[in-house]
Ligand binder design. Structure first.
Ligand SMILES: Cc1cc2nc3c(=O)[nH]c(=O)nc-3n(C[C@H](O)[C@H](O)[C@H](O)COP(=O)(O)O)c2cc1C
Length: 188
């Protein structure tokens, strides 16, 4: 059975990130035919700059991100909200993945966005902005994948999302829309 490979990019660089833990909970609850990998850190990737995006000389961290994203069937951004929008580290990753223009790893890539944030809406502005940027970069945005957990700092202060029954239930609901595109392709 070929697995659907999902690469999770976490939009927080914090060591104790609740979004990284949410990604871990998603990984733990993935069905057997879905392999969720969590990308190490977006923090080592330099700010996007066309002057350093030169074929054959792309910084190693950016090249590694591009290679990992290109290899995955599906991308899953797991991000908090920073000042009403997506985090700088995730936006930077999207910019790297959007180039070369028309041929970046995001082009045509099924991409979904979820996350947790402190505010009462769980970071939906950040998620919408991430969907917008990914879509402009050419990704196939999976609009039906929805998971926005509010109150992160309190809700997950003592409790890992994997042990939060309500969150786990919501996580289980994302896999069908997350993998639908690939299943359609396999069936075609
Ligand atoms: C610079 C900064 C800006 C923030 N802005 C928002 C915001 O606009 N909306 C929100 O819901 N939470 C906001 N927060 C709180 C984060 O959502 C919360 O700290 C979240 O848990 C961070 O994710 P992490 O635990 O994965 O690092 C902000 C936090 C920081 C550090």
């Amino acid at each position: 059975m070929s697995k659907n490979t999902v690469l999770a990019l976490v939009g927080s660089l914090r060591a104790d990130s609740h979004n990284r833990k949410l990604a871990e909970a998603i990984q733990l609850n993935a069905p057997e035919d879905v392999d969720v990998q969590i990308y190490g850190s977006l923090g080592d990737i330099p700010f996007y700059n066309e002057d350093i995006d030169v074929e054959g000389q792309v910084p190693a961290a950016a090249a590694a991100l591009r290679a990992a994203a290109a290899e995955a069937d599906t991308l899953l951004f797991v991000t908090p909200e920073h000042n009403g929008t997506l985090t700088a580290s995730l936006k930077n990753a999207i910019d790297w993945l959007s180039r070369p223009y028309g041929a970046g790893a995001l082009a045509g890539k099924p991409t979904a966005v979820v996350g947790t944030a402190f505010g009462q809406f769980g970071g939906v502005w950040a998620q919408d902005e991430a969907r917008k940027a990914a879509g402009i970069a050419g990704a196939k945005v999976l609009e039906d994948v929805k998971l926005a957990v509010p109150g992160s700092m309190i809700r997950f202060a003592e409790l890992h999302p994997k042990d939060d029954a309500e969150v786990v239930e919501q996580i289980k609901g994302i896999f069908e829309p997350l993998t639908a595109v690939q299943e359609e392709e396999v069936a075609a």
